[in-house]
Write a protein that binds this ligand. Structure first.
Ligand code: IMP
Length: 197
């Protein structure tokens, strides 16, 4: 069993990742590994914040671990909210207020193109690797659905008539940025293990 510790306290992300893991892999969230501090995200790129979170955990545990940082990048807002997605409407990190601000910014805007971009950072055998997952889609004009988290009620992934918040976790995982990045990370680990054995 390959055990990986996930540098996140976000239970939605952990559930999505757990639902998508193949046999032979197990994740522990950092709290289960005894780390309860909030990991800061001080940088201006997803790449740096993701790496920072993984290194933070590795320095404390010296075990194989990973982190991910995700942003919603809206074309007409020049990539915003991007790395600031969690705090778009302020430090309290409210999903509702973030959506409200986004819909206000997009009011009357015909170009609704957006994408979620996730950066995974894996630390395996002390070495650092990154994997990217992208999901293209559109920002809807109003919220639909109550499942998921964050901007899910206003994000319509390409090829779907439902927002992420109208999908089950399994359906979201057929489209999602997080699943695409995770698949690459898992494939990398499978290849590494086959080289070792
Ligand atoms: P972070 O990666 O924890 O910094 O997440 C940034 C923010 O992006 C979260 O607080 C959510 O608002 C949003 N977000 C991240 N992933 C998703 C997703 O899969 N669906 C909807 N919103 C997301």
């Amino acid at each position: 069993m390959q055990q990986l510790i996930f540098a996140s306290a976000n239970k939605h992300k952990a559930e999505e990742i757990e639902a998508a893991l193949p046999q032979g892999f197990q994740i522990l969230v950092m709290k289960e590994a005894g780390i309860t501090e909030e990991i800061p995200e001080p940088f201006n790129t997803l790449e740096e914040n993701s790496a920072h979170k993984a290194v933070f955990l590795y320095e404390r545990l010296h075990k194989d671990c990973f982190a991910e940082d995700t942003g919603l990048e809206v074309e007409t807002l020049h990539g915003e909210p991007g790395v600031k997605s969690a705090r778009y409407a302020g430090e309290e990190k409210s999903f509702e207020k973030n959506i409200e601000k986004l819909l206000q910014q997009m009011d009357g805007q015909p170009n609704r193109k957006a994408r979620f971009r996730t950066l995974f950072t894996l630390i395996f055998d002390g070495q650092q690797y990154q994997f990217e997952g992208i999901c293209n889609g559109l920002i809807t004009e109003k919220t639909s659905g109550t499942a998921g988290f964050g901007y899910d009620p206003v994000f319509l992934p390409e090829g779907s008539t439902l927002t992420f918040a109208e999908m089950t976790m399994e359906e979201k995982n057929r489209y999602s940025h997080r699943k695409k990045g995770l698949d690459q990370m898992i494939q990398f680990l499978i290849n590494k293990k086959s080289q070792i054995s």
